[in-house]
Design a protein. Structure first.
Length: 140
């Protein structure tokens, strides 16, 4: 069983889509094994996205991710990393497949509703960023 880390981003929370997006995630066969609602500081958002520090959109990304509460979750499923990226669609909603989370709900490349880990290795690092071991609980 593989795990991936997602964040329902501040635009998802502001649009009151937490339930709708989690419903889509669960219907696709993912189990939520950890979840919390938090507001990132600019410093913490910058740390999480440290790999993008040199990118031109870094400042915008940090401002957006610290603009309101978000909901990080650890999800479990076979092939979770790749299957979750398929479920959410391309970073840019204009390029995302019909029916994907971003096609349905996202406004732009920056405000794109959800984050999804790009590898199992990064998923483990990102999960550790948000959750202590005792906060990760399998359903059964
Ligand atoms: P995410 O999967 O969370 O990881 C990096 C994020 O950078 C990505 O989603 C986008 O929200 C954001 N991003 C990527 N490209 C751009 C861009 N050109 N302008 C603004 N934000 C971007």
């Amino acid at each position: 069983m593989e795990r991936t880390l997602t964040i329902l981003k501040p635009d998802c929370v502001k649009k009151q889509l937490i339930g709708a997006v989690i419903n889509q995630i669960e219907r696709a066969g993912f189990r939520v094994v950890a979840m919390k609602k938090i507001k990132l500081s600019k410093e913490t958002a910058g740390e999480f996205y440290g790999v993008h520090r040199e990118r031109p959109f870094f400042g915008e990304l940090v401002d957006f991710m610290s603009s309101g509460p978000c909901v990080p979750m650890i999800l479990e499923k076979e092939n979770a990393v790749a299957d979750f990226r398929t479920l959410i669609g391309a970073t840019d909603p204009a390029e995302a497949e019909e029916g994907t989370v971003r096609k349905l709900h996202a406004d732009s490349k920056g405000e794109n509703i959800v984050h999804g880990s790009d590898s199992a290795e990064n998923a483990a690092i990102e999960a550790g960023f948000f959750f202590a071991a005792e906060e990760v609980v399998r359903n059964n």
